[in-house]
Design a protein around this ligand. Structure first.
Ligand code: UT7
Length: 336
């Protein structure tokens, strides 16, 4: 007889709809050449980024999140009022409190939903997916709306060429439902964190450690700071490991994967991972040339674009893998 408490039976969960939103304003590398000591050649060859989207004044993270959410709900055929759980993954919330998910709940009219944020940087959407999968799978909620959304342009030092060329704004969303009659399911997921490396990538100012008090700028700025080369190395190792772990947890091998959707930070990182996984580069979804690094939104936007472009078909197995500040990493294998 087992003395362990009985684990409730969990039902499989599927992605029933995806959506994304990108602000209209396109900022090219050439425009950045006017602002800082950089070049289109440097940015393209070192990162693969050609342009990024920038939210307009008055357009906040919640607005982008809500638009992506509406599109995902529409595709899933679920009414906002029937949504029971909203998780927004973001490091650029509208306000420190309340959570951006609360604004989204109001904006889309999901008045019955429990709503909160997760802060796991670029891995945030996959953290949200894992939380939501277990919540819906265990029957605590009948459905979930998960969103990755960022207005990174508000937290970038536009005079720092080390960071300002890398980031962009946008949002992506997915609706999760129980997978009762086949039709796809999330097969596996892995999450990881290494807080010992927190200093490598952070926004030092604006929090309780370094508050922005009335009438005074915080002693350290509320903008992204990154030791790029170090982060690069960790990103390659952690994402390769996370990818292998999720594939193994799904009981599959790399040859069973039809499409990889990686975090969109740097084309060289993606190439290094794909090479180490011995995977066909043609089956890797890449859109960072258009949007740059949109942190928690990146995998969510890429999943929606891949879906809408017909690169994800029923029965396909898709590997999602991400890495970001924390340090955090995450991966998931979805059978579509
Ligand atoms: O999303 C979360 C995870 N984030 C990431 O995964 C990002 C990881 N890191 C990276 O993608 C890369 O490290 C960067 C794209 C950030 C930088 O590329 P790098 O090849 O690692 O360049 P570096 O930092 O080693 O800098 C090389 C040179 C330096 O000049 P010196 O010291 O060699 O004279 C930099 O000052 O490039 C210089 N540099 C630039 N030059 C022109 C840095 N930024 C720029 C720039 N334009 N924008």
């Amino acid at each position: 007889m087992s003395l362990e408490p009985e684990t409730p039976r969990s039902c499989p969960v599927r992605v029933a709809g995806t959506g994304s939103y990108l602000p209209e304003r396109v900022m090219t590398n050439h425009e950045l050449e006017e602002a800082v000591d950089t070049s289109d050649e440097w940015i393209t060859s070192r990162t693969g980024i050609r342009e990024r989207r920038i939210a307009k004044e008055g357009e906040f993270t919640s607005h982008m999140a809500s638009e992506a959410a509406r599109r995902a709900l529409d595709q899933a055929g679920v009414a906002a009022i029937d949504i029971e759980l909203i998780i927004v993954a973001t490091i650029t919330p509208d306000t420190l409190t309340p959570a951006t998910a609360c604004y989204v709940q109001q904006q889309i009219g999901a008045f019955k939903a429990v709503a909160f944020d997760v802060s796991a940087a670029c891995s945030g959407f996959l953290y949200a997916m894992e939380l939501a999968r277990h919540s819906v799978g265990a029957g605590a909620f009948r459905n979930a709306l998960i969103i990755g959304a960022e207005k990174l342009s508000a937290f970038v030092d536009w005079n720092d060429r080390n960071t300002c060329v890398l980031f962009g704004d946008g949002a992506g969303a997915a609706v999760l439902l129980p997978s009762t009659n086949g039709g796809g399911r999330i097969l596996s997921s892995t999450l990881g964190t290494d807080g010992a490396q927190a200093e490598l990538l952070n926004i030092p100012g604006g929090g309780s450690a370094c508050p922005a008090l009335p009438g005074a700028a915080p002693a350290r700025p509320a903008v992204l700071s990154m030791q790029g080369r170090e982060v690069f190395k960790h990103a390659v190792n952690a994402m390769r490991q996370a990818a292998n772990d999720a594939i193994a947890a799904a009981g599959l091998g790399i040859a069973d994967i039809d499409l990889i959707i990686p975090h969109q930070a740097n084309l060289r990182i993606i190439d290094a991972i794909v090479e180490r996984l011995d995977f066909n580069r043609e089956n890797v979804f890449i859109n960072l040339d258009k949007y740059g690094n949109t942190s928690a939104a990146a995998v969510a936007i890429a999943l929606d674009e891949a879906h809408r472009e017909g690169r994800v078909k029923p029965g396909d197995r898709i590997l999602l893998v991400a890495f970001g500040a924390g340090l955090t990493w995450a991966s998931a294998v979805i059978e579509w």
